[in-house]
Every structure is written in structure tokens, then in C-alpha cells.
Design a protein around this ligand. Structure first.
Ligand code: DP6
Length: 357
């Protein structure tokens, strides 16, 4: 598919006003997206677990207007929010060619997250995917014969233009994004991973340890740019291809030992890229390292399959199979909570993707 396939030339239904609502989850990458070209095209393929409980809920109320141009208001947790407007404005400008009805309506966007906004958890994936899905529902109402496959693809395509990782939040349980040899995925949108998935990965758990709840030290936009002219970029991009390929085998065989190696190495490589870019950044905190060391020790001593991954920040995602749930939460409570800011952590697990409300 090309970008052209997502341009709808005309609508065949007239609607004055209406309202749509979606709940869309966050996701956690196993093979990381880090580095992009113009138009949100990733430099390498990535794959993520879709989460279940960390979600954004967005309602879009639309009413026909006569004036030209984009018009919208944003409400966050019931209060008018000006701070979110510029990002949405940029998003709307980028996607307007693909959803031409945008200029015909005024939109009231009401949004809230199930997780604390200041938790340092990226809300752009759930936020942008929820908004993209609302726009797709409106487009569906304005058009006849809207195939479901196309709906999801275009929702992911639009979400990507808001925030790259958001394109992996439409479906579950695993989503691949980015051109590669062995899956049907594309640079333009994420697709549900259709390869074999061993029962070991069913209901995989993710405990998100909030080490630092502050604003991100480096925004992802700035972070991705650091990969331009990065001395190790070429090797990194090709490593991501290899890791995705290897992970496919692991997902089918249920080989948790190799899963751990790939996932932890991806997380550390992401941070290594930031430490070796110019300018350079250390996004881990001392407590991030304490947690990692304790996870390794616990794994060794308990023959556990627990592992960690990181986003572009200090928080730690602790991943583990469901059969270890109660033991791992005992371990988190007795040993790891001490390294979390105000003792905060979020219990999540792999989910099925966005839901229309
Ligand atoms: C480290 O999707 O937040 O979480 O496309 O600029 O919005 P933009 O970036 P974003 O980058 C996320 C990067 C990551 C890894 C990942 O989720 O794959």
C-alpha cells in the first residue's frame, strides 16, 4: 500500500454533528524504534506488546461549520487544555490531506488517561492512537462500505503521523511496524503480528516501576534526531532487523531465555545510542541501575524468567510470564518499590488493543 491509498476523495453521507469515543492503550516495544526519516518513517522495524490498562480515553464531538480552516478545543480531565493544542494542530495539519472532513467541522476533543499524566509514561502512543481512531470512526460514518481491515490500517497510518509508536497501539497483542523481510508490516502503519505465538507469551505481565515521574529530559523528537549522523546508526538499524528476525523464532518456540537476551539488549542499546550521540545523554537514574541489578540477581537466584525493558527515560518495565505473577509482585513489593518515586508502580499486562466505547 502507498500513502495515496489512504486519501479518500469524497464522502457519500452528510452529517451535521455527532460524537465518537475510543479507549486506546499504550504499548511497550521489545525491539525499539529509535531513528526516523521525514514524515515519521522509521529507520528500522520495531515490535511491541500492546498493554491492557494504561490507556487514553478520548471522545470527539463534531459539528459542521461554515468557516474554512481547522478548528478544535481540547479538554483534559474535564478542563480546557491549551498545552496540548500545538501538538494536535501539527497532527491535524499533517493528516488533513488524508481526512479531508477535518476542515468541515469544529471538534471538541475530551481526553483523559487511566495512568497519572505526570508518571513519565509516554502518553503520546495511547493519546494519538485514541484520537486517530475517533477520526476514523467519523470518517466511517461519512462513508459507505468501510472495510474493517482498511479501518485499522488507516487508523494506524494516521496515528503514526501523530507519534510513531502510536501506530502500534490499535491492535493487540503484538504489533510490528516498519518494513522488514519477514513480516507483512510496512513503514506506513503497524500490523498485528500474525506469526505463531507460544503460550509462554500469553497474558505476559508488565509492571511499570516509576523511577522518575518528571518531564522527559529528552523529547522523543529530539532523541530520534540524534540518530542522524550517529557513528553507530547503521549497525544499530541492521541489529534491529536481526533482533526482530530472531524474536520471531523465539515467539514461536517459547524460548524465554533468548527472549530475555533480545529484550534487555534492545533496551540497553537504546540507552547506549543516547549515551554515544552528540550531544549525549544519560537517561537512566541510579535507581534504574539498582532495579536492573536486583532483577538480574532475583532471576539468577530464583530461576525466574523476569526481565526488564526501558523507554527513553528512567522508568523500568518489568516483564514476566503470568505463572510468576504472585512471586514477582512479592519481590517488587519487598525489594524494588524502595527505588520507585513515592513507591509508585503500575501493574499492567498484554492486551487486545483499542476499544470503541
Ligand atoms: C523509545 O513514538 O514517542 O519509546 O514518533 O517522535 O512521537 P515520535 O516518537 P515516539 O518514540 C518512541 C521511542 C521509544 C521506543 C519505541 O516505542 O519503539
Amino acid at each position: 500500500m502507498t500513502e495515496q491509498d489512504f486519501i479518500l476523495r469524497s464522502y457519500n453521507t452528510e452529517i451535521e454533528s455527532g460524537s465518537v469515543k475510543w479507549s486506546s492503550p499504550s504499548n511497550i516495544a521489545l525491539v525499539k524504534y529509535w531513528g526516523k526519516r521525514d514524515n515519521q518513517i522509521p529507520e528500522n522495524p520495531s515490535i511491541s506488546f500492546t498493554l491492557s490498562d494504561c490507556k487514553t480515553i478520548t471522545q470527539v464531538t463534531y459539528s459542521k461549520k461554515s468557516s474554512s480552516g481547522l478548528s478544535f478545543d481540547v479538554y483534559f480531565k474535564g478542563e480546557k487544555n491549551e498545552a496540548f493544542k500545538p501538538k494536535i494542530q501539527t497532527f491535524f495539519e499533517r493528516i488533513q490531506i488524508f481526512v479531508p472532513f477535518l476542515k468541515d467541522y469544529h471538534f471538541k476533543i475530551e481526553t483523559s488517561n487511566t495512568f497519572p499524566h505526570s508518571s513519565g509514561i509516554a502518553s503520546s502512543a495511547s493519546g494519538m492512537s485514541a484520537l486517530a481512531l475517533c477520526l476514523m470512526s467519523i470518517e466511517q460514518e461519512l462513508s459507505e462500505n468501510y472495510p474493517k481491515d482498511f479501518f485499522n490500517r488507516k487508523a494506524s497510518f494516521l496515528a503514526r503521523l501523530g507519534s510513531g509508536s502510536a501506530c502500534r497501539s490499535i491492535e493487540g497483542e503484538l504489533v510490528v511496524w516498519g518494513q522488514n523481510e519477514s513480516t507483512e508490516s510496512s513503514d506506513l502503519f503497524g500490523v498485528r503480528y500474525s506469526g505463531e505465538i507460544h503460550p509462554n507469551f500469553k497474558d505476559y505481565q508488565d509492571a511499570i516501576l516509576l523511577v522518575d515521574k518528571g518531564e522527559k529530559q529528552v523529547s522523543s523528537t529530539v532523541g530520534h534526531k540524534l540518530m542522524f549522523g550517529h557513528p553507530f546508526a547503521k549497525e544499530r538499524f541492521s541489529q534491529a532487523h536481526h533482533n526482530l528476525e530472531k524474536l520471531k523464532g523465539v515467539l514461536a518456540s517459547g524460548d524465554l531465555e533468548t527472549f530475555i537476551k533480545i529484550v534487555e539488549s534492545e533496551a540497553l542499546t537504546l540507552h547506549a545510542m543516547m549515551m554515544t550521540s552528540m550531544p549525549y545523554f544519560i537517561l537512566m537514574k541510579p535507581n534504574t541501575l539498582e532495579i536492573i541489578n536486583r532483577i538480574w540477581k532475583y532471576r539468577e537466584e530464583n530461576n525466574s524468567k523476569i526481565c526488564f525493558t526501558l523507554d527513553a527515560g528512567a522508568n523500568v518495565h518489568v516483564l514476566f510470564p503470568k505463572n510468576e505473577k504472585s512471586k514477582v509482585y512479592d519481590f517488587i513489593k519487598s525489594e524494588l518499590v524502595a527505588y520507585c518515586q513515592n513507591g509508585h508502580y503500575i501493574c499492567d499486562s498484554v492486551g487486545e488493543g483499542a476499544i470503541k466505547l
